[in-house]
Design a protein around this ligand. Sequence first.
Ligand code: ATP
Ligand code: MG
Length: 215
Amino acid sequence: MRRIAMVTQKGGAGKSTLAICLGVAAREAGESVALVDLDPMGSLTGWGNRRNGGDIMVMAASPGELSEIMGQLEALGVTLAIIDTPAGDSALAEEAIAEAQLCLVPARPNIFDVAASQGTLQKLKHRDYSFVLNQCPPQRQAPRIQQGINALADMGVLLTPLVAARADYQEAARRGLGVTEFAASGAAAAEMRELWRSTRDRLDGVAEHRKSDAA
Ligand SMILES: Nc1ncnc2c1ncn2[C@@H]1O[C@H](COP(=O)(O)OP(=O)(O)OP(=O)(O)O)[C@@H](O)[C@H]1O
Ligand SMILES: [Mg+2]
């Protein structure tokens, strides 16, 4: 079972939105997906309640429960678990980081979000992680922002594509859908399918890396 945690102490960066939309894109690509809601605000749990059908399991987890829940999901044949965490410097985020094979750090392309990620990155020092830049202007990025994007890409800590600010993300979440379901031929759907492909490649790279470490 592949395990992803969405983490950043910055609120509103897109942890829950991306957890949902990536999860749906992965399910459409053939994965058996569970979303694990570690956030007491319950964004994913609410989304699950609005969703028709049980094709994606949504489980709320309390502090200290995550490890056991992950074991249960694996026993049920889940192939991808995505863990959502609350904003802030929380023990819950650390619990998720400890369970995850890959941590995704959503950030809006501005100095506040990237600066606010520093505390999160401290916790990710010995873990595999990658930024996902979210709520980007749909067209070209400003030159200074583009420089920052290039720097993250050069360090190997940026997943592609950039995720644009699009109303589809908000509408889909409101209806208990992923963007690939809400507007299957839209630009948001295309970028989420691509983001799942690059996430999966990254996870596979992690697996190979671990294998060679062990050899
Ligand atoms: N790519 C996007 N385009 C448009 N709106 C977006 C996008 N991503 C997220 N949003 C909106 O931004 C707001 C914050 O997103 P979200 O709740 O996913 O962030 P979060 O990191 O989970 O926040 P929190 O830290 O409070 O849990 C929501 O209203 C969401 O609909
Ligand atoms: Mg959230």
